[in-house]
Design a binder for this molecule. Structure first.
Ligand code: FCB
Length: 443
């Protein structure tokens, strides 16, 4: 049975998302260097040695891109602001062209009846701050709060929702422990500090936003429900540790001001002195919580020191990222989050979508697998609402094929195909399918 808006409560919001470094073209418009530029320039870090210097040239093509968002029938556009585009050195004198761009972008959304959903930090730390230790340095959290206040003063009268940080797990763990994202470290002390300081930046950032006149502020966390790969005590313990690091660390910090004991076992000795004193500020009240959901993980124990887990491929179908497709787990996750939060905290799915090879044939991308993925996850979201979860919106990643971090341009998540030679945009079949859901035509 085809889905329609009527399957969701009145006022439920649909959106699509991008992020600054992935689409804007970071080499353009006077932006400062970021740690993603240096990470990408280091051989071996990014597939085909690609980077975000030109990306989708959204900086110059944003009007066309906003038309695509509006024509699909979306209610909101989730985008992010590049800290180094606004403050090339991370602090100090702003780049007027950077601030003007975000002004025009927000005004472009409002002119089309779209709600601007702004994320302050989607991973491109100014290189000048990376030079000073980046997220391992506590000062970065204070600089972030200044950036937040600056953006709030400039855009607070027009932005609909504010997120401080996108996916702190990626910005901290994936980047400092696993080394897969900038700054590419594999260092437990830097990880512990980054985990803590990113949470601190969120808390100080919320205060900065509110002082600057912004409201409707939250954070976007990513979740991967964790399952034991086999029915053994050790696999169950490994899944539990993974769950603590991935799913419970930032959730507990921002909603209750606590860190899980299972994480402190490993990171505790490496946290900064008197970290406990920061927790009340990290847990400042949220107006909403963003939930990014793509996949689940199956874990077993691995030899070696903490956290001694190993992921094992799941049994089911996979996306082009190799990620298990598990829509049912989204319903359970949303119910669990509702349970673990105040019970009234509004939740939004702020990212969900899939990578597919998306061959273009006769100028057409027939991405049936993406259509099925999105429909299955929308149904899973609807099932959570039916169970009483205060889910208020659903945002599809992504509007455009874009720079998929360490995978460069090789992984396509867009509803709209981008030819990275000509930068031509071409809506895929999934774009039309979503449009049919949102504009009430049968799909
Ligand atoms: C999320 C990121 C987003 C994109 C998608 C596929 O983790 O927030 O930038 O890379 O995954």
């Amino acid at each position: 049975m085809p889905l329609s808006r009527n399957d969701f409560p009145p006022g439920f919001l649909f959106g699509t998302a991008t992020s600054a470094y992935q689409v804007e073209g970071h080499g353009l418009g006077g932006a400062g260097q970021t740690h993603w530029d240096s990470f990408a320039a280091t051989p071996g870090n990014v597939s085909r040695a690609e980077n975000g210097a030109r990306a989708c040239d959204h900086l110059n093509r944003y009007q066309e891109d906003l038309d695509l968002v509006a024509d699909a029938g979306f209610d909101l556009y989730r985008f992010s602001t590049s800290w180094a585009r606004v403050l090339p050195d991370g602090t100090g004198t702003p780049n007027p062209a950077g601030l003007d761009f975000y002004d025009r972008l927000v005004d472009g959304m409002l002119a089309r009846g779209l709600k601007p959903a702004l994320t302050l930090y989607h991973w491109e730390l100014p290189a000048a701050l990376a030079d000073l230790g980046g997220w391992a340095n506590r000062d970065t959290a204070h600089h972030f709060a200044d950036f937040a206040a600056l953006m709030a003063r400039r855009l607070g009268d027009r932005v609909w929702s504010w997120a401080t940080i996108n996916e702190p797990w990626c910005a901290a763990w994936l980047s400092h422990f696993e080394g897969h994202h900038a700054p590419g470290l594999r260092d437990i002390r830097a990880t512990a500090r980054a985990m803590h300081h990113i949470g601190l930046a969120h808390g100080l950032g919320l205060a900065g936003l509110r002082a600057g006149g912004a409201d409707n502020a939250g954070i976007v966390l990513n979740f991967e429900p964790a399952f034991p790969a086999e029915d053994t005590l050790t696999a169950r313990a490994a899944a539990n540790r993974y769950d603590a690091v991935f799913n419970r660390f930032f959730l507990g910090a921002v909603t209750r001001g606590t860190y899980p004991d299972l994480v402190l076992e490993g990171l505790g000795p490496h946290l900064p002195d008197r970290w406990q004193d920061d927790l009340p500020g990290i847990a400042a009240p949220l107006d909403w919580l963003g939930v990014n959901y793509y996949t689940v993980k199956h874990l077993t124990e691995a030899p070696g020191p903490w956290p001694n887990w190993r992921t094992v491929p799941g049994p089911g179908p996979k996306t082009d990222m190799g990620w298990d497709i598990a829509p049912g787990a989204l319903t359970d996750l949303l119910c669990r989050l509702h349970d673990k939060t105040s019970g009234t905290l509004p939740l939004y799915v702020t990212e969900n979508g899939m990578a597919a090879p998306d061959g273009i044939a006769n100028a057409h991308v027939q991405d049936e697998d993406r259509i099925a993925y999105i429909a299955a996850h929308l149904r899973a979201a609807r099932a959570a609402i039916a169970k009483g979860v205060p889910l208020k919106g659903f945002v599809i990643w992504s509007l455009l094929d874009n720079f998929e971090w360490a995978f460069g341009y090789s992984k396509r998540f867009g509803l709209v195909h981008v030819d990275f030679e000509t930068l031509a945009r071409k809506p895929k079949a999934s774009y039309a399918a979503v449009q049919a859901i949102l504009k009430g035509r049968a799909s």
